[in-house]
Design a protein around this ligand. Structure first.
Ligand SMILES: [Zn+2]
Length: 97
């Protein structure tokens, strides 16, 4: 292997590492957005606190969130069409019954 080839391999390795780093960052952001939207749809008081917990504890935080959240199916709100827990009296997004 000459110097040019070694340089190419090093560049490819760095590119791969950067790709993995960016990929895991994107996945983390998608999980955080999902937790926030899910907590809001379930009318939880503290979606931002859950966001912080999942941010710092990652998959363990996500597991704790899934176990701790109010259970039940989500349905689209008849008024604003955003997801809400089926047994809520009021929509957490638009406040309609
Ligand atoms: Zn609504």
């Amino acid at each position: 292997m000459n110097d040019t080839e070694a340089g190419l391999f090093a560049a490819a390795g760095c590119g791969l590492l950067a790709l993995i780093a960016v990929g895991s960052l994107v996945i983390q952001i998608l999980i955080l957005v999902w937790v926030h939207n899910d907590a809001k749809a379930r009318n939880m008081d503290t979606p931002v606190l859950w966001l912080i917990l999942v941010f710092f504890l990652s998959l363990i935080g996500l597991l704790v969130y899934v176990l701790a959240r109010p259970s039940g199916d989500k349905v689209p709100c008849g008024h604003c069409h955003r997801p809400r827990l089926v047994n809520l009296v009021q929509c957490p997004h638009c406040g309609s019954d």
